[in-house]
Write a protein that binds this ligand. Sequence first.
Ligand SMILES: Nc1ncnc2c1ncn2[C@@H]1O[C@H](COP(=O)(O)OP(=O)(O)OP(=O)(O)O)[C@@H](O)[C@H]1O
Ligand SMILES: [Mg+2]
Length: 242
Amino acid sequence: MNKVELEGIYTAYEGGARPVIRGLSLTVRAGEYVIVGGPNGAGKTTLLESINGLAKVTHGSVRVCGIDARKAGHEVRKRVGYVLQSFYFDPFTPFTVEQVVMMGRYGRMGFFRRPQKPDHEVVDRAIGLLGLEDLRKRPIGTLSGGQQQKAMIAQNIAKEPDIMLLDEPFSNLDFSTREFVTRVLEGLAAKGMPILMVSHAFDDLPDRKIRIAIMNDGKITYDDTCDSCEVEAIVRKTSRMN
Ligand SMILES: Nc1ncnc2c1ncn2[C@@H]1O[C@H](COP(=O)(O)OP(=O)(O)OP(=O)(O)O)[C@@H](O)[C@H]1O
Ligand SMILES: [Mg+2]
């Protein structure tokens, strides 16, 4: 049931002259790793937010793990990892890296319960996976942008979601970290987790067949599987300037 099913969706912002997403259908099944490309403003972030019930879908159907995201966005968000495109932690944010990663567990343990041993183990593993051991006691706001991004990826891995959405997670990451995170994501996909990743960086894709969905002006205009080395050429060919 780890599946995303969108059928003929329209998504609009308050006060927008016309819907940003218009008549989009997409199914992502267990274990699929989908790269979402397309020019700035095409609606990629809006697509991810339509999936996890954060944006207002006015028509069509959004089912995530069988749950209707238009009716039960809160339930959907418990099951979906979402690494945001941009975020900013004030230097005085009163949480350490490990506390931020632990927040990924709140949906499972309830906000007011104390973390149990398994929660700590999952958090330790996520911190280890992203190589954040030396930074775990540091206030999150004192880290560099890339280090913060790694912490947010770790938080979403600690969440143990059924589906992972990532919005340009590589924008602040150095070359070796990109490769490393790609391998981590590939491992998750291999275990059956559907992954949707918005990206403009095509040099660090998993070394296998990739499904690529290109958005232009609120619609998916290309959706096919290709070798990772072909992705960049396809994106160039299929992305229209807005
Ligand atoms: N909160 C908002 N209110 C009104 N319009 C919005 C809002 N967020 C986005 N939009 C509009 O929706 C369209 C799609 O935006 P979206 O952020 O989904 O694009 P994107 O494909 O993620 O672009 P980028 O590559 O720059 O991140 C844009 O025209 C944008 O101006
Ligand atoms: Mg975006």
